[in-house]
Ligand binder design. Structure first.
Ligand SMILES: [Zn+2]
Length: 386
């Protein structure tokens, strides 16, 4: 046993700090590692060399602000995590290792009002198939992460999976897949994926907005998800936009979600276009349909000021917009950028607003990353069953 305070225990503690920082930021230069851990450049360099010899880290040449730098990331491993994203209309899965070397991904449309038992059965079957296809075994999968709409994880409703309210998803899937299962809100999972492997890599303070069935947001501080204490953080869709508006599912009046949810957008188009879902509205807009383009631009103009006002509280270095509405591109993002521009304190709106890199795969990738974390450092990240 090593004495506390000895050289080797200090080195071990420093190695842990470096590993933790690389895990948090996905990929990071040695200079950034020194700043993030408070260790000297020489110590970082020595420890990175050792961890590279041990096949824990890999380094590659990169450039930062025009200068050459050593980028450090986690080495691929044989341990895998499985991410599942369940929405009202689709089931997406992702199987990968901690360095985000994608092994397998799939996407399955689901019928409206799909039942939890058949959907969770499918998720377990897809895990078995994915593992077989990459030549691994179930034992290689350390855990399963499930990204879900917020109503399944908190009393604050919206983006509902009907008939799932009383289902213990973690317990049910854990029994069927025979692996530990963690649950996460879909916006938080997507934000985590962008932070580790996408457009928020290296960002220490950022907002991720998921604009789809409803408007949800996630907040990253020092590369970690900020979680609410008595309810979810990032409930952007429940900011009031109309004091005399309709009552929201949360019980309050005139929330953003009552104005720009998928249902609200479909209502605006029902008379002229008949029933449509959000993907159809976005696809029609992209084909040039004037009514659908108007609805999406108006949605950006409603979401923009709410986001700009909320961002003032945090002053993030980046805001990423994901979800189906973001796939409408400038039509949706343009009015949001204009609203950010109208708040000069936030700095350059062009630099602040960043495109999602992982798009519709972000939630499943993030769920897998959080599943991985749950077995490395059991703690507040999701609920572990199994
Ligand atoms: Zn509300």
């Amino acid at each position: 046993m090593r004495a506390p305070g000895s050289q080797s225990s200090l080195r071990e503690a420093n190695s842990q700090r470096i590993l933790e920082a690389v895990r948090t930021f996905g990929a990071i230069t040695q200079v950034e590692l020194a700043a993030a851990t408070g260790l000297s450049a020489a110590t970082v360099s020595n420890i990175v060399k050792q961890l590279e010899c041990d096949s824990v880290l890999v380094t590659s040449a990169t450039t930062r602000s025009g200068r050459r730098a050593q980028q450090v990331s986690l080495a691929p491993t044989s341990q895998l995590a499985f991410g599942v994203h369940i929405t009202a209309r689709s089931l997406r899965t992702y199987l990968g290792d901690i360095s985000n070397t994608v092994q397998h991904s799939s996407e399955l449309p689901l019928p409206v009002d799909h039942r939890f038992d058949t959907t969770l059965d499918r998720a377990a079957l897809l895990l078995g198939e994915a593992v077989e296809e990459v030549g691994a075994t179930l034992d290689d999968v350390v855990a399963v992460g499930v990204a879900l709409p917020p109503n399944l994880l908190a009393t604050m409703t919206g983006g509902a999976l009907h008939g799932w309210e009383d289902v213990d998803v973690a317990e049910t899937l854990s029994r069927r897949a025979n692996r530990p299962v963690v649950l996460e809100q879909q916006a938080d999972a997507a934000a985590m994926a962008e932070a580790r492997f996408g457009s928020l890599r290296g960002s220490s303070c950022a907002i991720y907005v998921r604009a789809e069935e409803t408007i949800e947001a996630a907040i990253l501080i020092r590369g970690q998800l900020h979680r609410g204490i008595r309810g979810p953080a990032g409930a952007l869709g429940h900011v009031q936009v109309d004091p005399s508006g309709p009552i929201c599912r949360c019980g309050a009046r005139g929330c953003l979600n009552t104005a720009v949810s998928e249902d609200a957008l479909a209502d605006l188009l029902r008379l002229s276009h008949g029933p449509m879902n959000l993907r159809q509205i976005v696809a029609s807009a992209q084909r040039g349909d004037a009514g659908c383009r108007q609805v999406i631009a108006d949605t950006g103009a409603v979401v923009g000021p709410v986001l700009a006002n909320s961002a003032l509280m945090l002053h993030p270095e980046a805001i990423v917009i994901g979800g189906a509405l973001a796939t409408a591109g400038e039509l949706f993002l343009g009015p949001i950028r204009d609203a950010l521009r109208a708040r000069p304190l936030l700095g350059s709106a062009d630099e602040l607003l960043v495109a999602s890199e992982l798009t519709r795969h972000a939630e499943a990738i993030g769920a897998a990353a959080l599943a991985y974390d749950s077995v490395q450092t059991p703690g507040p990240a999701g609920r572990i069953v199994g």
